[in-house]
Design a protein around this ligand. Structure first.
Ligand SMILES: *[C@@H]1O[C@H](CO)[C@@H](O)[C@H](O)[C@H]1NC(C)=O
Ligand SMILES: *[C@@H]1O[C@H](CO)[C@@H](O)[C@H](O)[C@H]1NC(C)=O
Ligand SMILES: *[C@@H]1O[C@H](CO)[C@@H](O)[C@H](O)[C@H]1NC(C)=O
Ligand SMILES: *[C@@H]1O[C@H](CO)[C@@H](O)[C@H](O)[C@H]1NC(C)=O
Length: 508
């Protein structure tokens, strides 16, 4: 027996095995960044965080909800992009046909492909899958916190606020239908009417601060070219690979549109064997990372203005808790004061709010933020990162801050529990606890941000924005080539295993 040959065979066998195992467990639906569906996002759990054991003498007395709208149709601009993709694909296929090249590598669905939304001219609305996400969330919240939702409905006891964008207000309605189902006299579902209020889009500093903040808009415009540059190497690399693999003359723009199509198909149509099947799991993870980088830079920790402009929302949350505490201390009867403040908005609302309460950070990153220093960008796969669009802001993604009162001890009587997508979530600002004494929450988590003023942040010709932006650039990033770290590690492991087997083989 030729041992070298055997080693090689075993090596190949193990590499194949390791790779195929990784690919079998890979579900593209969990890697769609902010296009990920809620029920999928809710099941993604990578950390081993153990939630606090809450004393059963503690009772919830108030709840703040900040939720993103549910699953929506592609926006008008994106509908046009898909129509353009259809034309492009036909052109590309035609040219290979004319050149009489081999066609067997080309997936059948590409021939004559038309956008599933062809002929649809309006976009961006909440679709029925999105309604269901919010409706079910409403039902689950009522079941989880019966003490909070047993009072009779009154708009001041359960205020529901949405932005003046239809997918957000429709999300609020779907949620309310779930929350109050069986409580009214309308139809067989015994529904009841409830109010959803909105500020005007132009002055909604609580839920659409990104739209009212001039400095943010300027920052965002100035950063977009940088973000595109950052994504280019990923798109170019994948373009080259696909051009080779399929023999089709794709451009960077085509690949970008095909990735968009993959996300829409997988999320809205539950189809993963067409556009998504063009990409390997590793390629998907790179495209997902590129999306997440954009999210980080333009809507997340990438620039302090991104979240600081959310101070009016944070102030509103703290104020609602203080009012609930006051009502309780004054001994008001339940039902005569607010029990929950329910808000329905956008990723541009939810992400800054998460950043303001310091979610998805490790301890050293929190230090940097408090010292006003920029964070590193989320690391490239296969390195792990906490910042993933599919968990931080999926469709219907949400944060709940539940205020509890606990039997008086000398320390603290009121506590804040943080739930992200309904899971208890640690706050680095509160010693990594998900159950934080209210005073600590106020002083250590919120206060460092609340010293900033919305007007000053947004309307000043502030130097601060410029400085942060340029510092961030200096902290720049090198995007290496697309070599798979797992494959290398896999190969080393396989080699060791193969060696072991060969040694055994020689022995017996
Ligand atoms: C691909 O496109 C480039 C320019 O866009 C062109 O020069 C080249 O000939 C095309 N190749 C094929 C195989 O169609
Ligand atoms: C989506 O497709 C998967 C199989 O790929 C199936 O198990 C699942 O039930 C489908 N979900 C829906 C909502 O149709
Ligand atoms: C109150 O203090 C007692 C004794 O120090 C402790 O056992 C109990 O867990 C505390 N309760 C709360 C709600 O912290
Ligand atoms: C609570 O405070 C009282 C006096 O204010 C003190 O006698 C008692 O020991 C304290 N209890 C705890 C658990 O700290």
């Amino acid at each position: 027996m030729n041992f070298q040959k055997l080693t090689l065979l075993l090596l190949i066998f193990f590499i194949e095995k390791i790779n195929s195992n990784a690919e079998e467990n890979f579900d593209v639906r969990q890697h769609l960044s902010t296009v990920t569906r809620y029920h999928v996002a809710k099941e993604i759990s990578e950390d081993s965080f153990v939630p606090s054991n809450i004393n059963d003498q503690c009772t919830p007395i108030h709840l703040n909800l900040v939720a993103r709208h549910g699953t929506r149709a592609p926006t008008k601009k994106k509908l046009k992009e898909l129509e353009a993709l259809s034309t492009r694909l036909q052109f590309i296929l035609q040219s290979v046909e004319e050149q009489k090249k081999s066609l067997h590598d080309i997936p059948a669905w590409l021939w004559g492909w038309k956008s599933p939304w062809k002929g649809k001219h309006k976009g961006g609305e909440l679709i029925s899958e999105g309604e269901a996400e919010l409706y079910q969330l409403g039902i689950r919240i009522r079941e989880k916190f019966p003490e909070l939702f047993k009072e009779e409905y009154h708009p001041d006891v359960y205020p529901i606020k949405a932005t003046q964008v239809s997918r957000a207000s429709a999300s609020a309605v779907a949620f309310g239908m779930g929350l109050f189902s069986g409580r009214g006299n309308l139809g067989s579902g015994r529904h009841r009417a409830f109010a959803v209020t909105s500020e005007s889009r132009a002055s909604d500093t609580m839920l659409r601060f990104h739209d009212c903040c001039q400095n943010y808009k300027t920052f965002r415009k100035s950063r977009e070219p940088f973000v595109d540059k950052l994504k280019e190497p990923v798109l170019d690399e994948i373009t080259q690979v696909l051009v080779k693999r399929l023999g089709l003359n794709f451009t960077r723009q085509d690949i970008s549109s095909l990735w968009f199509l993959c996300k829409q198909e997988a999320s809205l149509l539950n189809t993963t064997d067409q556009a998504c099947a063009l990409f390997s799991p590793y390629e998907v993870s790179l495209l997902e990372w590129a999306d997440d980088l954009e999210l980080f830079i333009l809507k997340g920790y990438g620039n302090s203005l991104n979240y600081r402009m959310g101070v009016p929302l944070l102030e509103d949350v703290i104020q609602s808790m203080e009012e609930a505490i006051k009502a309780r201390e004054e001994g008001l009867v339940p039902g005569s004061y607010e029990m929950a403040r329910l808000r329905f908005a956008h990723a541009e609302t939810l992400l800054p709010f998460s950043c303001l309460i310091g979610l998805f950070l490790d301890g050293s990153e929190l230090e940097l933020i408090l010292r006003e220093q920029p964070l590193q960008l989320p690391p490239k796969p296969p390195q792990k990162r906490i910042w993933r669009g599919s968990t931080v802001a999926p469709f219907a993604g949400n944060n709940m801050l539940v205020l509890y009162t606990c039997p008086a001890n000398n320390s603290s009587k009121y506590f804040v529990q943080v739930l992200h997508n309904e899971h208890p979530t640690p706050m680095p600002g509160c010693e990594n606890s998900d159950f934080c004494p209210f005073e600590v929450f106020k002083e250590r988590v919120a206060a460092p941000h609340l010293k900033h003023d919305y007007k000053a942040l947004c309307s000043m010709e502030s130097e601060q924005t410029e400085q942060t932006a340029s510092r961030f650039l200096l902290a720049g990033y090198s995007l290496g080539n697309v070599t798979s770290y797992t494959t290398v590690v896999g190969a080393i492991c396989s080699f060791l295993l193969a060696y072991l087997f060969v040694s055994l083989y020689i022995k017996f």
